[in-house]
Design a protein. Structure first.
Length: 333
């Protein structure tokens, strides 16, 4: 009961704030509900789900209550307890779990398919959950290495010359992958794993000509691949490997008019066996509440202005190389 009510009764107050017409009273080990029959039935289901989550070791919070109410109120067939107490990975004193029905479907698709596409807006956990599944597969010895890659394309800006070694040049593009990795693996062990080749982080251009066996491969920011690059990447698949491709078709940073490989591949591989396309939306955003509202606002703006090419508003810029030069030289155009 202490866990169910929350610290300073924060969980109980979250339930009350979501159902103003229901009187909720907690006495001892019993909770009594009074109010409209439909709302009382929904709160009773909510309490049952929260009790099961607490029994499964999932921490309860106002955010968990809010997400549980959304699931129960929607037409989703998944129970909140099945989604919010599903453990993907436990690392460094924290447990990574899906937080929405869409995220749970995405994680399940990765388990069931060899190639999974996670397509959705920023903040929906596409890359983070894929990384968690990769680390889980490595720890379970289902694969022998993790390969992380993404195209080196700037987001609407041209950075031009980048000083330093090749590794220092590509690090800014791969930083989001490093950030997720540091959340799930002991930071002190990462250099050792990378030196041994157990974890590899590289730009997409370095995938050509390779065959990736017994690997968990993640392609991030796939909306910034060309159709040719996407074909090249997917044909790197070797035996015993699993591939996850993530991207947001509304944030394409390719030159205006260049088709996104992520958009093209949806049509090319539609209906192909053992390939899954999972689409996440603003309901799956797990960042600040405003992020979901911003995504919906931009979608409405795009619809009103007939912008369906996946590029969105762009900033004028001069042309420059899409990828940093390995020799440190800048090409003049």
């Amino acid at each position: 009961m202490v866990e169910l009510l929350g610290r300073d009764d924060e969980v109980l107050r979250a339930i009350e704030s979501g159902f103003h017409g229901v009187d909720i009273h907690a006495r001892g080990n019993q909770i009594s509900l009074a109010g409209p029959a439909g709302d009382v039935a929904l709160v009773a289901r909510l309490v049952d789900e929260l009790v099961e989550m607490a029994a499964n070791g999932a921490p309860l919070s106002p955010d968990v209550v809010m997400r549980s109410v959304q699931m129960l109120a929607s037409s989703a067939t998944s129970r909140p307890a099945d989604v919010l107490s599903f453990n993907i990975l436990s690392s460094r004193g924290r447990t990574i779990r899906p937080k929405t029905t869409g995220q749970k479907a995405y994680v399940d698709a990765i388990d069931r398919h060899t190639i999974t596409f996670g397509i959705g807006p920023a903040g929906t956990g596409k890359t983070y959950l894929a990384m968690a599944k990769a680390v889980q597969a490595l720890q379970a010895r289902q694969v022998t290495r993790i390969v992380l890659t993404r195209p080196a394309v700037e987001a609407g800006e041209r950075l031009g010359f980048l000083p330093g070694t090749l590794s220092e040049k590509i690090d800014p593009y791969l930083r989001p992958l490093y950030d997720a990795l540091h959340d799930m693996v002991d930071p002190e062990s990462i250099p050792r794993l990378m030196e041994a080749g157990t974890i590899e982080v590289a730009p997409l251009a370095y995938m050509r000509g390779r065959t990736l066996n017994d690997a968990f491969v993640i392609l991030d920011e796939a909306q910034n691949t060309s159709a040719e690059q996407m074909k090249m990447f997917l044909t790197r698949l070797g035996f015993g490997s699993k591939v996850v491709v993530t991207g947001d078709v509304t944030q394409v940073d390719l030159p205006q008019g260049a088709p996104s490989g992520l958009r093209v591949v949806e049509h090319v591989l539609a209906g192909v066996d053992d390939v899954a396309f999972c689409r996440l939306d603003s309901a799956d955003v797990v960042r600040h509440r405003l992020v979901g509202e911003i995504i919906d606002a931009y979608s409405r703006w795009d619809s009103r202005h007939g912008r369906d090419d996946g590029h969105g508003p762009r900033v004028a810029h001069t042309s420059a190389p899409d990828e940093p030069s390995a020799s440190g030289e800048e090409t003049a155009r």
